[in-house]
Design a protein. Sequence first.
Length: 241
Amino acid sequence: MKRAIIIGATSGIGQEVAHLLVQQGWYIGIAGRRENALQNMQQAYPGQIEIQCLDVTKEDAVLHLNELISRLGGMDLFFLSSGVGYQNRNLEPEIELHTARTNVEGFTRMITAAFDYFKKTDGGHIAVISSIAGTKGLGVAPAYSATKRFQNTYIDALAQLSRMQHLNIRFTDIRPGFVATDLLRNGKYPMLMSADKVARHIVRALKRRKRVAVIDRRYRLLVFFWRMIPRWLWERLPIKN
Ligand SMILES: NC(=O)c1ccc[n+]([C@@H]2O[C@H](COP(=O)([O-])OP(=O)(O)OC[C@H]3O[C@@H](n4cnc5c(N)ncnc54)[C@H](OP(=O)(O)O)[C@@H]3O)[C@@H](O)[C@H]2O)c1
């Protein structure tokens, strides 16, 4: 039986991916800060889910991850869906720093731990949900877009490092457009996708071992043209979301 760990499975996209994997016969370990949500998931699928409360911004998160891996009896897929995001037009420092602590410090802590685990074992698959927001800096969400760009570049770097060290580690960087989850609690967003639809795209991309998956087709087109916008023009565009 294949074993996956999902960090950030208490809501949103991570939770939908967790549902799909157990329905497809995976044995999974799920984590997040909200214990009730973890317990509810475990009760819904008796015998198929191990749970672990952890906060990726805390140093003991790696200890908790390793406990979860032991309880699962190993790990084939490490799936990181934990993340926060805010619009912050007033550039409140605490919002920016909280975003960086979760999406950069927490991300790095968990990804390095997973890389280390796969390096010491037969290898495995590391998948992360970053975002299309890393394509260019967004004035309304500076830390969010910058931290997502960090995640894209970090996974590029580890993919190269893994080859240099002849490791059997695969990587998938998942970049969705707008998804209707708690993360987008305020505001109206165009081309909104449902979390279960996005999760189906993700599971398909994982099976196909895609290196980068932009979800969905409309967003692939958008990102293609977005990349071509020159800096002088991008800085003058009043992007609201
Ligand atoms: N929604 C979108 O439009 C969209 C688009 C592109 C990319 N994404 C990315 O998709 C990922 C999942 O977000 P979502 O949209 O599914 O939103 P969500 O429902 O808010 O899910 C976020 C998940 O991250 C976990 N999390 C947050 N801080 C954490 C911490 N310090 N330690 C451990 N877990 C933590 C949350 O669990 P707890 O609160 O229980 O800890 C929750 O399970 C994020 O990385 C987000 O940036 C979202």
